[in-house]
Design a protein around this ligand. Structure first.
Ligand code: PGA
Ligand code: ZN
Length: 398
């Protein structure tokens, strides 16, 4: 029986924030089925592809995805019926052309991505391959280093911390050991916050959201937690920050602040240190710190090849964050990753703050040989789902 697409089923499910999102099942003539659901951001970049929502205030306060479901059944299915699921590039091209707009305004990047990924997964089942092998072939695979978001601020929490994410990245060779280190530091941090009578409630990505204000205070707590858990800050466990500068009102002096922080703390990565279109500041940041640490563009590049190409020419950053729903198809995601890799940039895969239990990014990042991933804290099911999938892949590889 063939691997041609026989049916698509689309449904509205809830994401980790309790907001509706889209899930699609792709059924092949052979009977194999692939399922995928799309995540949703809160601090989204202006240049991201469009996330389609109903705007009908009677359901889910206007956030429903019934329009997406209608596009799957009425526009996409008639066009892709009978298309081989294994021919991903032409399938994605068809979806892109069907939408016909630069930012997937008509059908929504969320709608298109769910179909694109569901087809890939169905095809992997058809060939009886684990997804990472199906996507990446039989080359020597390596597990990525994780970045665990253990303190949440910015738009992901109700505290007054300016920076959005404070992450730790254990640097052992074995992923399982890094996951363990992440969990141990996370639990130690919880005890320390508790001792200081600070809240240990968590933010959207599972990190603690204590009612503190200063970046330095957060970093001091993290360094203490790393040490108390029995690890050496700067050797065993490093620190990363997602500033999400777009969400910060006053960005004067931020670069000076980073230079000082990098001198004092074992920071190896700063994401979105400048606003998405403030190219002069990005360039300055990259020339001042680019030889020491990773400067990763999230809202700056939005997983978009054209933005990345521009950034490479202008020397704006030395790394890129990859979120498939920022661009809307598997093929475009892979193209952007390849361009970054060919230009010697650091690549980090990423979840969104509103997530589902879908673990596609875990397999995809291993398939593409990407060496870093962030999927939130080592806590909360939708975050852990990705880390646990990486554990399973590591087991398969050994
Ligand atoms: P978002 O944030 O998923 O809420 O957009 C994540 C990030 O900025 O990296
Ligand atoms: Zn970010």
């Amino acid at each position: 029986m063939s691997n041609k697409i026989q049916a698509l089923h689309a449904r509205e499910i809830l994401d980790s924030r309790g907001n509706p999102t889209l899930e699609v099942d792709c059924v092949l003539e052979s009977g194999h089925m692939g399922r995928s659901s799309v995540p949703s951001g809160a601090s989204t970049g202006y240049h991201e592809a469009i996330e389609l929502r109903d705007q009908d205030s009677h359901r889910f306060f206007g956030k429903g995805v019934l329009k997406c479901i209608s596009h799957v059944y009425h526009d996409i299915f008639p066009a892709v019926k009978g298309h081989k699921a294994s021919e991903q590039t032409s399938l994605d091209r068809l979806l892109i052309d069907l939408d016909g707009t630069e930012k997937k305004y008509r059908m929504g990047a969320n709608t298109i991505l769910a179909v694109s990924l569901a087809a890939a997964r169905a095809s992997a089942h058809y060939y009886k391959l684990p997804l990472f092998r199906y996507l990446g072939g039989s080359v020597q695979h390596k597990l990525p280093f994780p970045f665990f978001n253990i303190i949440n601020g910015g738009k992901h929490a109700d505290n007054r911390l300016e920076f959005q994410e404070f992450m730790i990245s254990p640097r052992k060779e074995i992923f399982g050991e890094n996951l363990r280190a992440g969990a141990e530091v996370y639990h130690t941090l919880k005890k320390i916050l508790h001792r200081h009578k600070l809240s240990t409630n968590v933010g959207d990505e599972g990190g603690f959201a204590p009612n503190i204000q200063s970046t330095k205070e957060a970093l001091e707590f993290i360094v203490e937690a790393i040490e108390s858990a029995g690890y050496r800050p700067g050797l065993d466990v490093m620190i990363g920050l997602d500033v999400a500068a777009n969400e910060i009102e006053n960005t004067d002096n931020l670069i000076d602040q980073y230079v000082e922080l990098v001198e004092r703390y074992p920071i190896i990565m700063i994401e979105d240190g400048c606003k998405e279109d403030d190219f002069d500041s990005w360039h300055e940041l990259n020339s001042r710190l680019g030889s020491q640490i990773q400067l990763i563009g999230d809202d700056l590049f939005v997983t978009n090849k054209k933005r990345l190409e521009f950034g490479i020419k202008r020397d704006l950053a030395n790394g890129i964050l990859i979120k498939p729903n920022q661009v809307g198809t598997l093929t475009e995601t892979i193209e952007t990753v390849k361009m970054a890799q060919e230009n010697g940039m650091k690549v980090m895969f990423s979840h969104r703050s509103g997530e589902t239990e879908d673990t596609f990014i875990a397999d995809l990042c291993v398939a593409l040989g990407v060496d870093q991933i962030k999927s939130g804290a080592p806590a909360r099911g939708e975050r852990i789902a990705k880390y646990n999938q990486l554990l399973r892949i590591e087991e398969l590889l050994n």
